[in-house]
Write a protein of this length. Structure first.
Length: 601
């Protein structure tokens, strides 16, 4: 009898250790590359620059109009996320460099102006058109003088904002707004006139952001913001001076994204990607499209991705016809609580249920007896949310968002991730007893969030996807191993040092006693197979790197601590509460008995 009790306690300790280890592995590996460019295959409009592109959020399609391929074009195309389709409709006269954006309050796409240029460049136009999903309609012939200029939609005030632009050799420093009925000049002061500049609307902060362009003094790299009343210069550093860049706002991560441009030098096109967080510019390390300028780009809010089409490349002096997508990494912020793009030092106290996040003055009390912390970006806003999973009670709770019940049982190991690719963390767990994964339906989680917001408890029957994948003793290590923007089911089998990844070959990697620490260490948008060996303190990333960092007793906590889009080697010493990030810093954060929570972009 005593022997049975002893075995039971030992097995319980082993199970708790497995769950704790898996939780640490998940939080260390839960979010991978910040962003990754991928080219979309298939047919496309003819090569051109620079056409107009806007995302219609009601119909879930990109709309493209016009451009220049040696002659100005007047064709209308739609892209549904997989393929292009030309629409047989009449509309604006052929033109290039038109301004075009979607007005979500009136459910129309608005196009203004452009430049008519065939074998010889002829004239600028200043007419305004609207597309309702079926046909084009001209709605104004007066307003800003004929020109090519950037334009955005200010969703807070329900107006289009247009700034400056080119009128042959002149670029006026005027700002105009279109409310659906009338154009109004609202400012003649602020940034110097320029064209073609980058312009994007930051809906989180309610400002229009302007960058660069070509003005009277040459190429520019100043950054300005328009709040609806006045312009303010907010930065004079960031991307190098250039014109012909494209900018869009990523509403899920709360950053403005800029790509490419030109600096008037021979072969002077750029192929760099930058982000503006409202305070500073940061270049992100992502490979992708060839260098270009005057390309069309828009943000697909449903899929959480930027779409780029065409443009012009100096190398070979050619117009382009390629389509590229820049998507956020899987559930992009599991330990970025501040939304600055980097991993935050964070710990959880299992006795007091308090979360302590470095940089935040107040600790957050949120938890339950025997519950495990499961931070994630459950609402897709680019910031980690405080959450816990109480397997024994079958409860998954996200602070200030939702609670779901009847989900889980004692012994289940949390394995949340973005399994449906919508940019939001899904509640999920692995059940060792049966070797099955249980993933909550994303639409049901959204219903739970809506119900909670209205003060009504979510009581519907939760739909759960159940998949057999793994066995008793396996450790769940979900990640985006193929770089397609969705979480893949994966397990590590310690007894055989075996990695088993969904739709991929099984392989052995690691030594006896190795701890799996998968993450995106090279910033290519794919989860890398990696282990940390406590006995030697060695990190091994398959086909990428080896390094000795840490020692016996440390806990591996890889994360993107410098915000460069790639995971860093890092360890936490629970005895001294010291966080050490290789090549970066050593900082004390936490108390004895608290659990480290790591895993940045």
């Amino acid at each position: 009898m005593k022997r049975t009790k002893h075995c039971l306690n030992r097995n319980r300790r082993s199970l708790l250790s497995l769950i704790f280890l898996a939780t640490l592995i998940w939080t260390a590996n839960a979010s991978f590359a910040q962003t990754v460019w991928t080219e979309s295959a298939g047919s496309a409009p003819s090569s051109r620059q620079p056409g107009a592109l806007a995302y219609d959020s009601t119909r879930g399609v990109m709309l493209s109009f016009g451009g220049w391929d040696g002659h100005t074009l007047g064709d209308t195309w739609q892209w549904n996320g997989a393929k292009w389709k030309q629409l047989n409709v009449e509309g604006p006269s052929p033109r290039q460099t038109s301004a075009m954006v979607y007005d979500s309050s009136r459910d129309v796409t608005v196009l203004f102006g452009g430049f008519v240029c065939g074998t010889g460049c002829a004239e600028f136009v200043g007419d305004t058109w609207e597309w309702d999903g079926k046909e084009w309609r001209q709605v104004a012939s007066s307003g800003p003088s004929p020109r090519r200029a950037p334009m955005v939609y200010d969703s807070a005030r329900g107006v289009m904002v247009l700034f400056s632009g080119q009128i042959f050799g002149d670029s006026p420093a005027d700002t105009w707004e279109w409310d659906g009925n009338t154009w109004t000049e609202v400012s003649t002061s602020g940034p110097p006139g320029r064209s073609p500049a980058g312009l994007a609307y930051d809906s989180q902060r309610g400002v229009t952001v302007l960058f660069g362009g070509f003005g009277n003094s040459g190429n520019l790299n100043d950054t300005w913001e328009w709040d609806g009343t006045s312009w303010t210069q907010v930065s004079s550093t960031g991307p190098s001076p250039r014109w012909g860049s494209s900018m869009v706002y990523d509403s899920r991560r709360g950053v403005v994204v800029l790509y490419g441009g030109h600096d008037n030098q021979p072969d002077g096109d750029f192929d760099d990607t930058w982000e503006w967080n409202g305070k500073s510019w940061k270049q992100v390390s992502v490979g992708g499209p060839p260098a270009r300028k005057l390309h069309a780009m828009a943000y697909d809010s449903a899929q959480g991705q930027m779409v780029m089409f065409g443009g012009r490349a100096d190398l070979g002096d050619t117009n382009l016809a390629d389509t590229w997508v820049l998507r956020s990494g899987v559930a992009a912020a599991h330990s970025d609580y501040t939304g600055d793009g980097s991993t935050d030092l964070a710990v959880y106290n299992p006795k007091t249920y308090r979360w302590s996040i470095r940089g935040k003055r107040k600790k957050i009390k949120f938890g339950a007896p025997n519950a495990l912390p499961v931070p994630g970006d459950y609402d897709g806003n680019g910031k980690a949310d405080v959450a816990y999973f109480d397997a024994a009670q079958g409860v998954w709770k996200v602070r200030k968002q939702f609670t779901i019940s009847g989900f889980g049982q004692a012994g289940d190991i949390p394995a949340p991730g973005d399994y449906d690719g919508d940019g939001k963390t899904d509640a999920a767990f692995f059940r060792p007893a049966t070797g099955t994964w249980h993933i909550a339906d994303g639409a049901d989680l959204e219903s739970a969030r809506v119900a909670t917001a209205t003060g009504v408890a979510y009581s519907s029957l939760l739909q759960v996807e159940e998949v057999a994948f793994g066995q008793m003793g396996d450790i769940p290590i979900p990640g985006d191993y193929d770089g397609d923007g969705t979480t893949d089911r994966a397990v590590y089998r310690p007894s055989k040092r075996l990695w088993i990844i969904e739709d991929q070959k099984r392989l052995k990697f690691g030594n006896s006693g190795s701890i799996p620490v998968p993450a995106d260490y090279d910033g290519d948008g794919k989860t890398d197979i990696a282990v940390w060996i406590p006995k030697s303190g060695q990190w091994r990333v398959r086909r990428i790197a080896k390094a000795k960092f840490g020692q016996m007793g440390d806990i591996p906590v890889p994360g993107d601590y410098d915000g460069d889009g790639a995971a860093d080697f890092a360890v936490y010493d629970p005895a001294t509460r010291l966080w050490r990030v290789r090549g970066q810093f050593e900082k004390v954060h936490g108390k004895l008995g608290e659990l480290p929570l790591a895993g940045g972009r």
